[in-house]
Every structure is written in C-alpha cells, then in structure tokens.
Design a protein around this ligand. Structure first.
Ligand SMILES: Nc1ncnc2c1ncn2[C@@H]1O[C@H](COP(=O)(O)OP(=O)(O)O)[C@@H](O)[C@H]1O
Ligand SMILES: [Mg+2]
Length: 262
C-alpha cells in the first residue's frame, strides 16, 4: 500500500466454525485517533472479529493492514509488536502475581523473541527490563492502581481487573487496541472511570475499536459505530443514526425475541 494507505484496513475477513459462518466477508477501515464501536446481538461475530485480527483465532480468508503494513500473515506476538494489541471479554490476570509482574508478563508476550534476545544479552536485558519497569509504573499510575503495584492481582475487584487488563494491552505502546467488552459487569462508577481512561489513551494517540453492549458507554465514547449481524455489517455510521436505524432495532429485538422463544 502507498503512503496514502488508511490507518487500518480489513478486507474480506471470513471465519467458519463447523459450518457456521461467524464472520462473512467483513471489510472496514478505521481512522487514526478514532474510537469506533463494534456492536451487534450475541453471536453476531464481534469477539471472533477481534480474535481473528489479533491472531488468537485462525482465519479462513481476509487481509488486514496497519499503516499500510500487512499484519494478516504475522503470528500474534509480531502483530502486537507491529502496534496492535487487544483485551479479552473474560479478564485474564495472574492472581498470584503482583500487578507489576502481571504487566511485566504482558510486555514479554508482546515482545516475543526480542525479549528473549535481550535476556540472553546481559546489557540489553537490563535496559529492556528497565524500560518495562518504567512503562509498568507509568501505566499503573495512569489507571490509578499504583498503591497496589506490589499486591497480588487476587486482591483486585472485577472492575480493577478490567483496568489492569487495559494497562496490559498498553504495555507495548500500541497504535491500535481492540477491546472486547471493556465495561461488561462493572459498576457505573467504574464505567465512567474506564470511559475517561480510554479517552485519555485516545488523546495520547491510541486508536480504539471496542466491542460493548453498554449502549450509553458506546454512544458517549464512539464517533462511529459498526453493527454486525451474523458476521456481516448491518449498519455503519454516526452513533445516533445507527441507534435509530430500524434494521438495527430489528436485529436486536429479533434476537431477544428468538432467545425468549428458545
Ligand atoms: N470457538 C468456537 N467454536 C465454535 N463456534 C464458535 C466459536 N467461537 C464463536 N463461535 C460461533 O461463532 C459465532 C460468533 O460468535 P462470537 O464472535 O463469539 O459472537 P459475539 O462476540 O458477537 O457474541 C456464534 O455463532 C458462535 O457460536
Ligand atoms: Mg463476544
């Protein structure tokens, strides 16, 4: 792609699970510095989209590029190193490890082989370690967990775990972060805190694509919303226009009615 390449482009992404088309020829672009919502009824393919793009899931078809660089053929740690990281719908923390060590491990996962090289070569190891420690301290400060830095992750509330996993996704200084349900199950105060945090990262230049069912959160935070239904784009645009789109209402109501009938 040329210098005029979009910040992020997905083209023709498809994924089947034993005959079920979870993602069906999905294509979209993201603008640098934007916050985009990816919404849709349960089972519409939101998590699978994030899993495929971050290579936590194999892909049947499709390509994607960050700043013109193709990521589709890279393994997951190389994707993270190239500037794209993610968070998970179900939070993943190492409960017996301190918050510092949780973030240190996240850095190792992102760094992959480069981190290992650094360990083998003493000086580089120290500087890589120092850099990771600085970044860890800075991120704990930003997410407001500094006073728990040395505590095991087991002491954290559910919402604080969400904060820690956002910090973990930021360890590799990503350009783009894919967030799967960052406020699901957290209390209203924490929703506002996470909202402010994501805005802060956006203001620092991180582009965000987030999956979320909390519509207030999505409407306040996103300039654009993409609606998925059975793995395809049903609507894409301004949040209020998408919210009022009768096809979107049908998709949600249709699903919940089917759910009640089942
Ligand atoms: N690991 C898997 N194995 C089989 N089917 C899956 C798997 N993950 C997702 N699916 C199916 O793919 C579709 C999309 O799921 P998912 O991406 O999790 O939806 P969402 O995140 O929008 O709720 C659903 O039909 C779901 O049952
Ligand atoms: Mg999901």
């Amino acid at each position: 792609m040329s210098a005029a390449a979009p910040f992020f482009r997905v083209s023709g992404l498809s994924k089947m699970f034993s005959g079920v088309r979870a993602i069906d020829d999905l294509s979209f672009d993201l603008e640098r510095g934007s916050i985009t919502g990816l919404i849709g009824p349960n089972g519409s393919g939101k998590s699978t989209t994030i899993d495929c793009l971050s290579r936590f899931q194999s892909v049947d078809n499709g390509s994607w590029w960050l700043e013109g660089r193709e990521l589709s053929h890279l393994p997951r740690h190389a994707i993270a190193r190239a500037g794209m990281s993610r968070t998970f719908q179900a939070v993943r923390t190492y409960d017996s490890l301190s918050l510092m060590d949780n973030l240190g491990l996240a850095a190792q996962e992102h760094e992959g082989v480069r981190w290992w090289d650094a360990l083998v070569h003493g000086r580089a190891a120290r500087s890589a370690d120092d850099a990771a420690r600085l970044r860890t301290a800075e991120l704990l400060e930003i997410v407001g967990l500094t006073r728990l830095a040395e505590s095991p992750a087991a002491v954290l509330s559910y919402g604080q775990r969400k904060l820690l996993s956002i910090a973990a996704a930021m360890m590799a200084a990503p350009k783009l972060v894919l967030l799967d349900e960052p406020v699901a199950g957290v209390n209203p105060t924490m929703v506002l805190r996470i909202e402010a945090l994501l805005r802060l990262f956006r203001d620092r230049g991180v582009t965000l694509l987030l999956v979320e069912h909390n519509m207030g959160f999505v409407m306040r935070l996103c300039q654009r919303v993409i609606v998925l239904e059975t793995g395809r784009i049903l609507a894409d645009g301004d949040p209020s226009a998408v919210r009022d789109d009768p096809r979107v209402l049908d998709a949600y109501i249709g699903r919940s009615a089917a759910g009640r009938a089942a």
